[in-house]
Write a protein that binds this ligand. Structure first.
Ligand code: SF4
Ligand code: SF4
Length: 135
């Protein structure tokens, strides 16, 4: 039996399709959705724990990739280098889980690590490279 937490990045053309349902029906896999941010006609992001026989798991992953879904293991950790962050707010609208939010009183950008799914969208966009990936 294999069980892994993975991050799925759905391209816009795959968002409306019953891709995750087919993991159950065609590959006999069980899934537990931990977080999801899917908007029709736009790119989607889902974090799930996928469980099943190793052979079925591998076939299910190959099926996802054939649908254009990008898969990333949830084994990395994203942290913020507090000394580098300028609280510019660029990262706030792109964070799919609300892990980066503006404090309404101080106007500082807060990083709620417990909500972070390590999708790394903020890592690429942060001007001073304050968001860092730990392996
Ligand atoms: S984009 Fe970078 S510098 Fe700007 S608020 Fe976010 S983490 Fe801080
Ligand atoms: S990696 Fe960045 S954008 Fe992605 S969930 Fe974590 S804080 Fe938000």
């Amino acid at each position: 039996m294999t069980s892994k937490k993975i991050v799925l990045h759905f391209p816009s053309q795959a968002v409306d399709q019953p891709i995750v349902y087919r993991l159950v029906k065609d590959f006999d896999l069980q899934f537990n959705i931990l977080k999801a941010s899917v908007t029709p006609k736009e790119e989607g992001l889902m974090v799930l724990e996928l469980t099943g026989k190793k052979e079925n798991f591998d076939r299910g992953i190959a099926y996802l990739e054939s649908c254009g879904v990008k898969i990333q293991p949830l084994s990395r950790d994203v942290t913020r280098n507090e000394g580098k962050c300028t609280h510019c707010g660029v990262c706030v609208p792109i964070c799919p889980t609300g892990a980066l939010v503006v404090d309404p009183e101080t106007r500082k950008v807060l990083f709620e690590n417990k909500n972070c799914i390590a999708c790394e969208l903020c890592v690429k966009i942060c001007p001073p490279r304050a968001m860092e990936v730990r392996f």
